[in-house]
Design a protein around this ligand. Structure first.
Ligand code: ADP
Ligand code: MG
Length: 269
């Protein structure tokens, strides 16, 4: 890729072992309120990391830093060896210009609590919009791929529906198909089932589970402990802008050591 930025010439072996996402010393404040207080986190290719933590602990801000929707005050996020949002030059980092940032963000798909589909576009148009506009994929090719993705999320044949004609769970699955249409290296989910009626949650979680099994790298903010237990490779607890505990679901969910992690778990279980 032209303009690719690396943070150091790692030997081939080391590069292969390097996590896809490397977060180091990430800090972010809003008007004097420290929201991320030195986050370190690695996510390896093909792994699923679930972020748990109380409201206001910084989970959304952390996800937003991963694709530079928020600018960190200190520290960095690295994706595939490139620092997100910046390029090095003359001994310091320079923020990427819009076009380069768009190209970098195209590697990261994001799925929000409130689906954020375009209401005036059909399902097919919602899914093909970005590949056509951002990546220059021919419209026909984008449409064919969108149909395959709709099958994958259990919505074959719904391409001409409008978002308002679908349930929340169906809309969220369209949002997942839309994110996949950009062929991202990483998917971020911010409480993807929190706005859904309980009976619609399972279908969305099933699609996410399939993605995980297929090898997609994902960071998922959720309160669905069952999903974390079954699907996550790593569970990390955020509290007050810090990761207070992390490890395998078997370790962290069965027997959290930190009192605040324990309190959070007993509140959501
Ligand atoms: P979580 O997703 O864990 O609930 P957030 O990352 O959304 O937490 O928010 C963490 C804290 O940062 C909250 O106190 C929130 O009010 C504050 N915050 C988040 N975004 C902004 C912003 N753009 N401006 C000011 N404060 C913000
Ligand atoms: Mg949030």
């Amino acid at each position: 890729m032209t303009g690719a930025v690396t943070t150091g010439a790692a030997p081939a072996g080391e590069k292969r072992d390097r996590p896809l996402v490397r977060i180091r010393g990430l800090r972010k404040s809003f008007g004097g309120h420290l929201v991320l207080d030195g986050i370190d986190l690695d996510v390896r290719e093909g792994e699923v990391t679930v972020l748990l933590g109380p409201s206001g602990s910084g989970k959304s801000t952390l996800l937003r830093c991963v694709n530079h929707l928020e600018r960190p005050d200190a520290g960095f996020v690295e994706l595939g060896g490139e620092i997100v949002g910046y390029r090095p030059g003359r001994g310091r980092l320079h923020e990427l210009r819009a076009r380069s940032l768009t190209r970098q963000r195209a590697q990261v798909g994001m799925v929000f609590q409130q689906f954020n589909l375009f209401p005036h576009l059909t399902v097919l148009e919602n899914i093909t919009e970005a590949p056509v506009a951002v990546r220059g994929v021919p419209r026909k090719e984008a449409a064919a791929r969108a149909r395959t993705l709709l099958e994958r999320v259990g919505l074959a044949g719904r391409e001409n529906s409008y978002p308002r004609q679908m349930s929340g769970g169906q809309q969220q699955r369209v949002a997942i198909a839309r994110a996949l249409a950009m062929e991202p290296r990483l998917l971020l989910f911010d409480e993807p089932t929190s706005a859904l009626d309980p009976e619609l949650v399972g279908d969305v979680l099933a699609v996410m589970r399939d993605l995980a099994v297929s090898g997609m790298t994902m960071i998922v903010v959720t309160h669905e402990i069952g999903f974390a237990r079954e699907v996550a490779d790593t569970v990390a607890f955020l509290d007050g802008g810090r990761i207070i505990e992390s490890g395998t679901p078997a370790d962290v969910l069965a027997d959290p050591r930190h009192p605040r992690a324990r309190a959070f778990l007993s509140a959501v279980l």
